[in-house]
Design a protein around this ligand. Sequence first.
Ligand code: ATP
Ligand code: MG
Length: 381
Amino acid sequence: MTAMLGVLGGGQLGNYFVLAAKSMGYQTAVLDPDPHAPAGVNADIHIVAPFDDLDALNQLVSLCSAVTVEFENPPVTALEHLAQHVIVRPSASAVAIAQHRRAEKQFCQSIGLSVAPYEVLETQDDAARITSNGVAQTHLDPLSTPLIMKTSRNGYDGKGQQIVQQLSDTMEHWNLLGNVPCIVEQKIALDAEFSVIISRGEDGEIALFNPTQNVHVGGILDISTAPAQLDVQLLEEGQLAATNIAEKLDYIGVLAVEFFVSRNKLFVNELAPRPHNSGHWTLDAARTSQFEQQVRALVGKPLGDPSMTCSAVAMVNLLGDRWTHGEPRYELADSQTSAHVHLYGKKTARPGRKMGHLTFTGDTVDAAANDAVSLRTAITR
Ligand code: ATP
Ligand code: MG
């Protein structure tokens, strides 16, 4: 019988995992509480239940030989439970670090990597102290406003974040974020952002995709281009940092590391223990996609060739905001042989919701980026 692979989470990333696994001859089971989750349509089995539902987890155990994740926030206890019975990659301990901003920053610092200066706001008292005394009273680097306050857990696409313009407003922002543990970090003067997506196999083999340059708008990824057009030394530093992170975590699977570049210095922003939006171009412009690497690492196969199949590629996201005047005019992309439009099959478009993306390949990054942006404008005008 064909082996079945499981994935916690049924969003677009889970769906691409399912499709990659299918094309490699595996069956798949998805656990996601949303009956309309995109991956549910293509998976052989969709278990509709909360991520901490013990019966559902045991069902996965009985069906699957190995389980992975498509997002960083499944309960660590669920992963630990699964790991007692089946292969779980990445490990619960690696996911635990990536799902908590403080743990993530402390881990990066512990292996010698720089992160934006930050302070931990674990309790209301911490927030109150900063509000009345200023951050200088606390123990880390002196911080100056503006700061970004981020919830320690469950943030994505810029959600769970507040800009703090004045230290005296700290308490107000803490309340707006729901009185939960947070970090405040220095708002860095960004010269650029890039990500490194690394795959690490069960024997420690490493494969790196081309570093990808990213532009965010309103905290949400807008455009990714590869190869990143940044200082080669900085990119190599990023690749070394990602390798170091993966090795220190004894990571098996696909890991994305987001970097900030400021005044020629590198800061780790965050880790995603899974394929990443900024790696979607690998579906159309790499010899092996990030999702195929995820399957390969999960089942213990050698990793595929991550190299690009063209000189340059750009990926732009299609957010729900562009659905305001109806469904985009996809037919306008038909004649563009270097373009690929991807839709995630989500029923309802909401502002900021990722509905799909499109990629454009080209001879240069500038040409690919211009073409991708123009095509997006044309189909969603
Ligand atoms: P996602 O998980 O979708 O990447 P997120 O909600 O975890 O997003 P972050 O990665 O923390 O959010 O931030 C989103 C974007 O906001 C960053 O890529 C960057 O453009 C901007 N940003 C976040 N923190 C800082 C900072 N300290 N200084 C400058 N810009 C920042
Ligand atoms: Mg991010």
